[in-house]
Structure formats: C-alpha cells, structure tokens
Ligand binder design. Structure first.
Ligand code: ADP
Ligand code: ZN
Length: 611
C-alpha cells in the first residue's frame, strides 16, 4: 500500500475503518513517524499493534517487527492481508521458496511490514538483507523478553541492542504489557533505548470483571460458570499441572463443551492443532498450563478461569488480560482454596535458586494472596500493585457484592491457641485436624491422640468447617499463621501470631460467601447472559441476528482458512446488528470495516443481515 502521503488518522480510517486513535496511540505514532524511539507499556488489548503498524505504513520503507511468537506470525500476516496491508514473515518454519519470495518482496519495496523471530534477525544474512532494503522502523514486540528475571526471558533478545549500533537513524519502538518498574528499566537499559520516550498507559481493563471465589468443588463451579454465563463462548481455563489440564479438558468434553488441552508435554503437532482450532473456531475452550497464551491476540476470549492460584499478581494480570481484547464485557474468574497456598509454598521451598530467589517468590505469592482475600475493590488493589492509583470500580465481585467483614479476633485466638498446644506437644497436624479439635469432633485420630483433653477441644462449634477454613486462609494471607511444607501441612505460628494471642491486634475477616453455587453478581453492570458472546444488551431477536452473522462469518473464515476474527470482530458484528446498515455506504461507517474489508466482505455481510 502506498500511503506515505497520508496522515496517520487517514490511514487508521481507510485501512482499519476505525474512527479515532485510542489513548496514547496518536502520540506514540506521531513520535515514531517523526523518527523518535519509544518504549510503550500498554495493557493487553490496549492497541499496541497499531502503534507500529500505522507508522510502518506512513514512513518510507518496511516496518520490521521482532516477535518471539513464531507460531502466530502466519495469523498476523493473514489479518494484515485482509486489511490490504502487504505483510510477510521470515522464520524457521518456512520453506525456502516462501522465504525467497518474502526477501524479494522486501528488497523490491513491496512490503509494509516484515515479521522476524529474534534469532533470525541477528543472523548475518538477515542483517545483510536489511542493509540492502529500506527499513521504516524496528518494532520490538513482547519487549519484556529481554528481562532476565522475568518469566519469558529469551537470550536472543539481548542481541537486539545491535539494531541501534547498526542503524542509528532508524526509529525503534519497544512494546510490552508487563508493567512493573523493574522490567521497564531493564528494557531501556538492555535494548540501549536510553533516549527513548516513555508511553505508559493505564493498566486498567475496565471491561474485565474480576471475581475470586473460594474453591469448593472446582469442576462443578467451573461448569456452572460456563453453563450459566458463558455458554458457547471462547475462553481459557488455566490449571497448574499437565495432569489437571488433561483431566479438566476431558471432564468438560464429557459435559458437551468444546474443550481442548494445551501443555508443554503434548506433541508439538497436537499443540499447534489445538491452538489453531482455538483461534479459528468460535466458542472453543482451551484448558491449558501457562505455557499457553503469550501473543494470542484472539479478540473475543470471553473468559479466563483459573482453577489454581497463580504464582504472582503479574502472572494473574497477564493471564486474565487475555480476556476481552475487543473491549466487550469479559470475566476473569479464579477459584482458590487453602490447598493452593500449601501447594505453592511447597513449590517455593523446593525451587532451585538461592534464598533471595525464594524470598522473592514468597513476596509474589503473598501479594497474590492479599488480592484473593481483600474485602476492597480487586481492581484498585491490582492497579496499585502496578503503581497506579484508582477508585473502586463497580465491576468486580467485591464492588458488586461487598463482602461483610466481621471481628474474627476471638476465633483467631482459639485457632492459634490450638496450634500452640500442638506445637508444645511436638505434634504436626494440618488444618483438617485442627478444625476437628476446634469443632469438638470425636474422630479416630482425636481419640487415639487424646486430643479431646486439650483445653481448646470443642470451643469452636459456633463456626462451620467451611468458615474455619476461611479463617485459616485469611490468617495465612495476613501472615498471622504459616504452613509448613513438611508433607503434613503443619500449621505454625508467625511473629504476628503473638500479638493476636495477647489481644493486642484485632483481626478483621471477610465473611465466606454463602455456598449457593451461583454467582452473586449476575445481572450487574456488565452481566453476562446465557448464550454469551459478550453481547449482553442484545434482545432475543437481535441475538438471533447476531448468531446468524457469526454463522456467516464462520463459513467465510473456513473457506479462506483464516480465524473468524480476521474476517470481522464480534464488536463489529454487534454494531451491524444494532445499527442495521442499509447499504455499503452505511456499512463503511461501522468500526472495523475498512476499505479492503468493505470490498471483500461487504456485500456478503449485508446479505447475511437480510437473512
Ligand atoms: P495489544 O497488542 O495491545 O494487546 P491490539 O493491538 O491487539 O492490542 O489491539 C486490541 C484490539 O483493539 C484489537 O482488536 C484492535 O483491532 C482494537 N483496536 C486497536 N486500536 C483501536 C482503535 N483506535 N479503534 C478501535 N479499535 C482499536
Ligand atoms: Zn471493584
């Protein structure tokens, strides 16, 4: 596309069919078009791609995009081609003919965008190739991969500082959705982006509703969520282990849900196939370990569910961030219980690395636990973790149904005194037995150990088992109690416990939600409807039309071998349903309908709308 005479806004309107830039996009784009370097921190779904794609079209030459996500390059190129943008990629999966074609197109100045894996970029023949063509800019996507302490470190990223040495006049833009200050500093330093301007967006994802529920019967809880709020929706279910991924996927399939497993232990071909189905088909649920997800830019992921506790708030934010990139209402749902805490502590104790490393892991876990147990707005807490202040959001579980808090000082004292007594006897017992003692249960073990004699035996009949476990969890999160990873999950006192026992510290606890199994927040501001698809405010008739358009889209996508969202996003179809364009002119006014798509799909879409 020859667009160098156009302004960025013209390009946005004609190519993408969007009316306005969002947030910092316009500023970033102007800065890069003018030749400046930039570091862009924006949440997932914030619109990072346009920040380098538009300048690549406006500036002379080809925008070279460095990305670690080889498996997704084909889809990225397809999506751009559907917009009429000339894009190609070079990576190790390609056959030699395709590679030569792409190289030729680049040298002939026929490419707007060229995607490269980092190891390919730093190979001598690629450097030579780039020297012979014309580069508009370098975009370094997923720039946090340069951070050695981060979870996604890629050694090849360290080589990328050579871009600056070799092409000092070509602007560089580094982008990531990882928000912590430490990562930010590392990107600047390791990529030699000393003079780059920073663009740090708000990390809020207002369309995501955060919900964290006590884990009870996780599969039944998950099924309930899927059936009542996300029927037919695409989503991701994260599990900690490969085994639980497979069991959960099998369970969902048994319940008639289109679920697929994904973890690093699966055959590469199976993984690729499952990922392709998730991206291409509507309504697939991917059950996965965290090996899945980076760079998945499927816009219509309606929910991300965690069946196990994430290791850190960063991880939680990254994973939940994959929901709702299209801006439509989406759910981030986490079920968490005591066993998660024990399991994570055990993983930390058994991890490689020195004491400092383990301490860091513990801090990460503690921050995650604090988020789980907070009685305040989840979003406020999440954003403050990233150093951003905000007001209670009205779209998380604690805002929608503020948990009651109660004075748990006396129960905490009862529990801690029981732990003291067992410690004094040198006995190691986990939560189950401690609760049995408090509730005065004459179990086999209580009898054989003579624990009926303990002065705390039976002093806690006022709370149920579930409530006691809630007390334990919250004391753990507040570090007023700790749990050994000795295999027994022995409860231990902490430094803070003494203050509680002496009555010098009040303990406020959140009341456990009643176990109705149903979400308490249905029907709220962005409440999902059964039938899902992120279209909560369509009436039945409109919903039927929307489904018809989706079916049409599925047919077109299949015919062309591209993911459905490459044809049109849900958000665009939804606008079509509510605005009912009568002709191509009116259709062109709808967000996401650019010139190329109008020509290619416009007539078909209007026909499908007619019914
Ligand atoms: P990121 O890479 O930051 O996660 P993307 O670049 O994939 O985000 O953009 C997220 C979604 O928002 C995409 O579906 C994209 O088409 C859409 N989008 C981006 N910028 C705009 C805009 N200015 N107007 C409308 N939609 C936009
Ligand atoms: Zn809130």
């Amino acid at each position: 596309m020859q667009l160098t005479s156009q302004t960025p806004l013209d390009v946005l309107r004609t190519v993408w069919g969007y009316d306005e830039f969002r947030g910092a996009q316009a500023e970033v784009i102007d800065h890069v078009v003018a030749g400046g370097d930039a570091i862009v921190l924006m949440p997932t779904g914030g619109g990072k791609s346009l920040c380098y794609q538009v300048p690549s079209l406006v500036r002379e030459g080809t925008g070279v995009v460095v990305s670690p996500l080889i498996a997704l390059m084909q889809d990225q190129v397809d999506a751009l081609s559907a917009l009429g943008v000339r894009a190609g990629f070079l990576n190790s999966t390609q056959d030699p003919t395709a590679r030569r074609d792409t190289e030729r197109a680049f040298l002939a100045g026929e490419l707007d965008l060229l995607y490269l894996a980092p190891e390919r970029l730093t190979a001598p023949d690629t450097l030579d190739l780039l020297d012979r063509g014309r580069v508009a800019l370098f975009a370094i996507d997923e720039a946090h991969c340069v951070s050695q302490w981060g979870h996604d470190f890629r050694p090849d990223y360290l080589q990328l500082s050579l871009l600056h040495e070799r092409w000092p006049d070509v602007p560089r833009i580094a982008l990531t959705a990882t928000a912590t200050a430490a990562t930010h500093a590392e990107i600047r330093q390791r990529l030699s982006l000393g003079d780059a301007r920073d663009f740090v967006a708000s990390f809020d994802r207002p369309n995501i509703r955060y919900r964290i529920v006590p884990k009870d019967n996780p599969r039944a809880q998950l099924l309930q969520l899927l059936r009542t709020e996300h029927a037919g929706d695409a989503g991701i279910v994260y599990c900690l282990t490969r085994a639980s991924v497979e069991q959960t996927a099998e369970f969902l399939v048994g319940q008639g849900i289109a679920a697929l497993p994904y973890h690093a232990g699966l055959d590469r071909a199976v993984r690729a196939r499952n990922q392709a189905r998730f991206l291409r088909e509507d309504g697939v649920v991917m059950v996965a370990t965290i090996a899945f997800g980076m760079g998945i830019d499927k816009p219509d992921v309606r929910f991300v569910a965690h069946l196990d506790l994430p290791k850190s708030v960063e991880g939680y934010y990254q994973e939940t961030g994959r929901a709702g990139r299209d801006g439509l209402p989406s759910t981030a749902w986490l079920a968490y219980g005591l066993a998660d805490v024990v399991q994570q502590r055990r993983l930390i104790d058994g991890s490689e690395g020195d004491a400092a490393h383990r301490r860091r892991l513990t801090q990460h876990l503690d921050a995650m636990l604090a988020l789980c147990e907070t009685a305040d707005c989840r979003r406020v807490q999440l954003l403050s973790y990233f150093g951003q202040a905000s007001e209670p959001c009205g779209n998380c579980d604690t805002c929608l149904a503020p948990p009651e808090t109660w004075d748990g000082t006396v129960p905490a004292q009862k529990l801690l005194s029981t732990v003291v007594r067992l410690e004094q006897r040198g006995q190691r017992y986990g939560v189950g037995h401690v609760v049995d003692i408090l509730r005065g249960k004459e179990t086999e073990r209580v009898r054989s150990l003579g624990h009926g004699e303990l002065s705390t035996f039976g002093i806690g009949t006022d709370l149920s088992d579930v409530e006691w476990r809630g007390v334990v969890r919250q004391l753990l999160a507040a570090e007023l109690l700790s749990v050994d990873t000795d295999g027994y999950g022995t409860l231990r006192l902490t430094e803070g416990s003494a203050d509680v026992l002496r009555g010098e510290r009040e303990v406020r606890l959140r009341r456990e939600a009643p176990r109705t199994g149903r979400s308490r927040t249905r029907g709220g501001a962005a409440g999902g409807r059964a039938g899902g698809a992120g279209a909560p405010d369509l009436d039945d008739e409109a919903q039927a039309v929307f489904e018809r358009l989706r079916a049409w889209r599925a047919g077109v996508a299949k015919e062309q071998g591209v993911p459905a969202y490459v044809v049109f996003h849900d958000a665009t179809l939804r606008d079509v349903v509510t605005r009912r364009p009568a002709d191509l002119d009116e259709l062109a006014g709808i967000g996401g309908v650019g010139a190329a798509k109008l020509e290619r799909y416009g007539a078909g879409l209007l026909a499908a709308l007619e019914g």
